[in-house]
Design a protein around this ligand. Structure first.
Ligand code: ADP
Length: 184
């Protein structure tokens, strides 16, 4: 386990569905109806209550789907985590379609939901770096910047965990943020 940002960012490996944190973030798609990858794993582990809440959000707040870069909150169903924050990362289309800003917003807007719900601990998967194809090295720097910018201005969450599914992905993250980009 590595600690960055004065200990407020923890970098670790594992299965996000098993973490005992106040909230986990889901790399959802804009339908909010579940999918593959980490999205499927979260819905399977958390049970049907999560999909029911997502359906309500679609009927009320977001009939056209959740736009990429935005985030919404449901309960955690059967998970140890009390809440799930569903966000939609960008699909990588080569880098000239605003992908970097959208990824930044996905992290930042997820963190913004912590304040109203008194979430002290939150864990993120590596949003958009699976099926959505965002280059992992670039995503590393953007995710770190978003968390750093947010934590500088806000006491909550107290700690953020970046949870990587493989140690290779964790190593790519740690190497990428050390490649000439400043962090403290
Ligand atoms: P996206 O569509 O946003 O790219 P994916 O689910 O395809 O989302 O992948 C995002 C990241 O989540 C990938 O790095 C993948 O390895 C990782 N991942 C998949 N399952 C889990 C899990 N149970 N816990 C943590 N990370 C996971």
């Amino acid at each position: 386990m590595d600690k960055l940002l004065d200990g407020r960012l923890v970098v670790d490996t594992g299965d996000i569905t098993r973490l005992k944190v106040d909230a986990i973030v889901n790399a959802a798609n804009s339908s909010l109806m579940g999918g593959g990858g980490v999205d499927g794993a979260i819905h399977r582990a958390g049970g049907p209550a999560i999909l029911d809440e997502c359906k309500k959000i679609r009927e009320t707040e977001y009939p056209g789907g959740l736009p990429s870069g935005e985030a919404v909150l449901t309960t955690g169903g059967n998970l140890a985590a009390h809440f799930i924050i569903h966000t939609v990362g960008p699909i990588w289309r080569g880098g000239n379609s605003g992908e970097e800003k959208i990824l930044y917003n996905a992290y930042y807007n997820s963190l913004s939901l912590c304040r109203h719900n008194t979430i002290k601990t939150i864990a993120f998967p590596a949003i958009s770096t699976g099926v959505y194809g965002f280059p992992k090295e670039k995503a590393a720097v953007i995710s770190l910047n978003a968390v750093r910018d947010f934590l500088k201005k806000n006491p909550l969450p107290e700690t953020v965990t970046f949870i990587f599914y493989s140690s290779l992905d964790r190593d790519i993250f740690l190497k990428s943020i050390n490649n000439g980009k400043e962090y403290s």
